[in-house]
Design a protein around this ligand. Structure first.
Ligand code: ZN
Length: 204
């Protein structure tokens, strides 16, 4: 009798905690909003890059990005977004090596990264991306950011990471190891998805 009372009590305590955790997960997948769809569909080619010297942009750049639902990854809008992100970062006006969703006003876990570790150094787009460090080795390098105009700084990053994302065609999870400068770019871009800017990490 006592044990059943205890277990019932623990269920009653645990249930609201589980519900609370689900409803407040800032990364939880949700459908693209009407506002996001408009931003993706309206205009062609380049997207406006958000910068910290604009107050509304600054708030957005400090927000966390959510995952895409599968249906949206299969949509025409996702393909348009991916294409426009690459067009934006590769445009001579920006000339970057990577760009993240919040930098084009879309709070979604998506980054476009130039793969210096692949032949031809192509730009590739990774939806529902997340990374984790592999090993303790780190390297220090100079970084800049399209969203932080006219500035550079030295930042320490892991030398090797595990890259995880969803293949937008098969919708299967993909995992690979990335090293060197390309791994640094992934760390910089994935920080954007957590509302972190490289200026937070500049070495004194
Ligand atoms: Zn950046």
């Amino acid at each position: 009798m006592i044990s059943s009372l205890i277990s019932r009590a623990s269920i009653i305590v645990a249930l609201p905690l589980v519900l609370l955790a689900c409803s407040t997960d800032p990364y939880a997948a949700k459908p693209l909003t009407a506002e996001e769809l408009n931003l993706i569909r309206n205009g062609e080619g380049l997207m406006r890059v958000t910068t910290i010297d604009n107050e509304a942009d600054s708030l957005l750049l400090r927000s966390k990005s959510t995952f895409f639902i599968d249906e949206d990854l299969r949509s025409e809008e996702y393909a348009i977004l991916a294409g426009r992100m690459v067009a934006t970062v590769t445009d001579p006006s920006q000339d970057g090596v990577g760009i993240a969703g919040p930098q084009v006003g879309i709070l979604r876990r998506v980054v476009a990264v130039q793969r210096f570790d692949k032949e031809g150094e192509p730009f590739e787009v990774y939806p529902n991306v997340h990374i984790e460090p592999v090993g303790d080795e780190r390297q220090i390098g100079s970084e800049g950011c399209l969203s932080v105009p006219d500035m550079r700084g030295e930042v320490e990053r892991y030398s090797k990471i595990r890259l995880m994302y969803t293949d937008p065609v098969s919708l299967e999870p993909v995992e690979e190891l990335v090293e060197g400068f390309t791994a640094v770019i992934f760390q910089h871009e994935c920080d954007h998805l957590d509302g972190i800017l490289y200026i937070d990490r500049i070495l004194e």
